[in-house]
Write a protein that binds this ligand. Sequence first.
Ligand code: NAG
Ligand code: NAG
Ligand code: NAG
Ligand code: NAG
Ligand code: NAG
Length: 266
Amino acid sequence: MAFKGLVVLLTGASMGIGESIANKLAEEGASLVLLSRSEDKLAQLTKRLQGINSSGKVIYRAVDIGDYASVDSAVASAIEDMGALDILINNAGLALGAPARFPDLKISDVSTMNNTNINGMMFVTHSVLNRSMMPHKAGTILNITSITGLEVPPFPGEAVYHANKACQEAFSNSLRNELSETNIRVLVLRPGCVATNFHSLRVGHVKEKYDKFFEGFKPLEAENIATSAVYMLQQPMNVSIKAMDVVPSAQRSIVVFDRTWSKRNA
Ligand SMILES: *[C@@H]1O[C@H](CO)[C@@H](O)[C@H](O)[C@H]1NC(C)=O
Ligand SMILES: *[C@@H]1O[C@H](CO)[C@@H](O)[C@H](O)[C@H]1NC(C)=O
Ligand SMILES: *[C@@H]1O[C@H](CO)[C@@H](O)[C@H](O)[C@H]1NC(C)=O
Ligand SMILES: *[C@@H]1O[C@H](CO)[C@@H](O)[C@H](O)[C@H]1NC(C)=O
Ligand SMILES: *[C@@H]1O[C@H](CO)[C@@H](O)[C@H](O)[C@H]1NC(C)=O
């Protein structure tokens, strides 16, 4: 019950890593504000989380985080319902058009990705800081970025995604400095290969390619990322795990996969 009494706002909550983080935090007693675009999925998830004995209050707001006005009014109304926000988890992310090379991407896909991955994160962070964390000078912001924020992955279709993730890393590092003289922590968690619909989008939803990508080893499960996020968030306020890379052990680096892993560890 490490999160009893804490209010967490989570973006990209309705599936994959976001859903898994929501689950773990509810089990640990947190109150949750879930944001994503999909009202149906949010309503179902909220109902399920409310059924977890230990969870605090759980509410949702269906918004497109790329639209500042709707983000800000969702955040304002969530604060009215729940009180101050203790933790913001920026998890929403988008990869479109893969595996097309950059010149083959539609400009509308470029804009949509930028809008969610960059503007969306900045909008949510701005609103949460302005309306809740800065007045209290306290809170924790955890950004789920990606190991691809640091290095370019070895397959086509990543130019925009990689650039977006690198921007998030840069933003996080600057923000951490700018929030000196407050008790607001800024942390990033960088997942490697995780078995989610999101990853399959990035290899283009082609089963053959997906299987080949994971030949000889298994991707992580969303739950592994959730466990790591909870670990980072559980540290006392005077300790920041500023960044954590979480990968399957076979993913030695962004370009080197140990494809003998499954054989050795069957
Ligand atoms: C949930 O709470 C009820 C009532 O307090 C209790 O009987 C039940 O065992 C709890 N379930 C779990 C999974 O903890
Ligand atoms: C990509 O994102 C940046 C930062 O938000 C923005 O300035 C730029 O216009 C975007 N590009 C496109 C094509 O949308
Ligand atoms: C995470 O990145 C987003 C945008 O890149 C930024 O708005 C936000 O402040 C960052 N937050 C943290 C905790 O790094
Ligand atoms: C910051 O929050 C206040 C309410 O506390 C609101 O009136 C104001 O519009 C917000 N600023 C921005 C730039 O959204
Ligand atoms: C953090 O706080 C704990 C308990 O108040 C204290 O024992 C510890 O020395 C502090 N550590 C740092 C790095 O400030």
